[in-house]
Design a protein around this ligand. Sequence first.
Ligand code: PMP
Length: 290
Amino acid sequence: MGLVYIDGKFVPKEEAKVSVFDHAFLYGDAVFEGIRAYNGRVFRLEEHIDRLYDSARAIWLEIKIPKKEMMEIVAESCRKNNLKDAYIRLVVTRGVGDLGLDPRKCHGNASIVCIADKIALYPEEFYEKGLKAITAATRRNYGEVLAPQVKSNNYLPNIMAKIEAITAGCLEAICMSREGFVTEGTGDNIFIVKDGTLKTPHPAVGILKGVTRKAIMELAEQEGIPVEETFMNRFDVYTADEIFFTGTAAEVIPVVEVDSRKIGEGVPGPITKKLRSLFMELVKKEGYPI
Ligand code: PMP
């Protein structure tokens, strides 16, 4: 991996640096996207870019370039690194300011960073046999503090939940809302299968509206699988027939145990396997050409 885009230039990875005075470093004052390219096409790039601009608007951060140009930055980052299959991290920061919080001191000099690389979030075997998860004590941040729909660089609650999972000998955590409803994983959305129906938390619970989540719901509908956006609690998790997480980095990964309780038969279920295989076919077929 060689070149990283920073503010209009491609620089070698070793030289790809942002200032310690950038408010992304000092305060997490930034928004980002995780995007994937498969087979020379960037999957649902427009949706990712729309979400990035919405996240930015929600935090009063003006992105001064048009969406089309941002899409080209992503594609060009793949081209420059000869990547047909890539994980792309696009970050827009508040920019360089002083040591105070006031974003006006950054004079609107937001930085745009785009890194095209590879990712293997979980070892391959877990996609076959499923992973173990816990329900975390750390709650998903709620709308009155920072809307979960905003993909900002404030991932500390997610990281705390991830540490809880690792400490418990698991790979992923399920985060609850303040009211105790299931929201999502630390960097992925969650789906539950119960009696043939595919269920996923309603956006009103407070989730990031995942690009993968949407694709999975569309695929399920095409397959005639009933889909419900609903409110679920720990009971629904423990009594599910199947559970899986979805995300750009995670793709579709089965969950076979939660809080030491076996989910369904304790192996990836048929609907999970079907949707995973349809998703892996879909990502190779559509997307913004690199
Ligand atoms: N929730 C959170 C908190 C995430 O960070 C992600 C990863 N972007 C997702 C869900 C999944 O979203 P997507 O399918 O768009 O990657």
